[in-house]
Design a protein around this ligand. Structure first.
Ligand code: CUA
Length: 331
């Protein structure tokens, strides 16, 4: 009964593992506010009647002192309720922020005005993404132009996409079906048209769907093997990254086998701790790698010279995603 009352406010399908928790907290805040409003309104009307001028004998309003104990009680009660909301929110927020280690990565690029998705096998989709039910999915998101926000109401998840950095969002779908993706950050003329779908399918069906595509790519490539094919459809994300890594000249300074050339080897970098010339340290995640490509002079790894040029404007967002996918594959 209690949880029904809490969950019933939102009126959307609870299609992810987060949805019920988010709705419970929302329901608690909603009903607390409704009851609070009613209590204040009833008290207001009661006092209006009780202290109505016609019922007071004196011609002047009597001077009424404060009532310290009841004022303290109200303040402490409201503080406690606020702390409950905070602790409850914090508990759920922590779950939503840290994706489980076994989560499946999908790259997302938001641009005016569409959503591009890319799987690690190299498959790309626009304004539609297919995910398996019951498996944690982690979206690694970036923007090609301005701020956007990836919002799936049925999953109760929302996260901004920021130009020049990665943000992440994870979820585990609980229901089969198609769910709307909205852009929740005003991004220009066609902001309201920046829509996509998340299609949730059975895990077995998802695996088959990917396998079929991969086989088709291989068959397609052997057919067009004689032609020089620029796009190389069979490439996975990391293979494409490996090619871009060589084509953009990265291999001149960075080995992929752990040996030191001019710059550090990219083997085993991802997830490792980096120590810089100023003594500071950081863990090499996607954002660190991206920053190293865009602003290589900002943090110099201990033992190396500040000689790397910036790749800002040289690499497209797709190439940055692919190169980072490649570096991640060299763990
Ligand atoms: Cu993209 Cu609003």
């Amino acid at each position: 009964m209690m949880s029904m009352l809490l969950d019933s406010v939102v009126g959307l399908p609870q299609a992810s593992t987060f949805a019920a928790d988010v709705d419970s907290l929302f329901g608690f805040i909603f009903w607390f506010s409704v009851i609070g409003l009613l209590a204040v309104t009833i008290a207001l009307i009661y006092f209006m009647i009780k202290y109505n001028r016609s019922k007071v004998k004196e011609s002047e309003t009597p001077y009424i002192d404060g009532h310290t104990s009841s004022e303290t009680a109200v303040a402490v009660f409201l503080l406690l309720i606020t702390l409950v909301m905070f602790a409850w929110g914090w508990r759920d927020y922590k779950k939503m922020i840290y994706a489980p280690a076994n989560a499946m990565d999908i790259n997302v690029i938001g641009r005016q005005w569409l959503w591009q998705f890319e799987y690690t096998n190299g498959r790309k989709m626009t304004n539609e993404v297919v995910v398996p039910m019951g498996r944690p999915i982690r979206l690694l998101m970036g923007s090609a132009d301005v701020l956007h926000s990836f919002f799936v109401p049925a999953f109760r998840v929302k996260q901004d996409l920021v130009p020049g950095a990665y943000t992440t969002l994870w979820f585990e779908a609980k229901h089969l079906g198609e769910f709307d993706v909205l852009c929740a950050e005003y991004c220009g003329t066609a902001h309201s048209k920046m829509l996509a779908k998340v299609k949730v399918v059975e895990p077995a069906e998802y695996d088959k769907w990917q396998k079929r595509w991969e086989i088709k790519q291989i068959l397609g490539e052997s057919e067009s093997a004689s032609k020089s094919d620029e796009s190389k459809p069979t490439e996975t994300l990391s293979e494409r990254g490996k090619r871009a890594f060589a084509e953009k000249g990265c291999t001149a300074c960075h080995s992929s086998d752990g040996s030191k050339i001019i710059g550090p080897s990219v083997k085993g970098i991802f997830g490792s701790e980096r120590t810089f010339t100023d003594g500071s340290k950081t863990k090499a995640d996607e954002n660190y790698l991206r920053k190293s490509l865009m602003d290589p002079q900002e943090q110099i790894v201990e033992g190396y010279q500040p000689i790397m040029p910036t790749f800002r404007g040289v690499l497209s967002d797709e190439e940055i995603n692919a190169i980072i996918g490649y570096i991640k594959s060299l763990e």
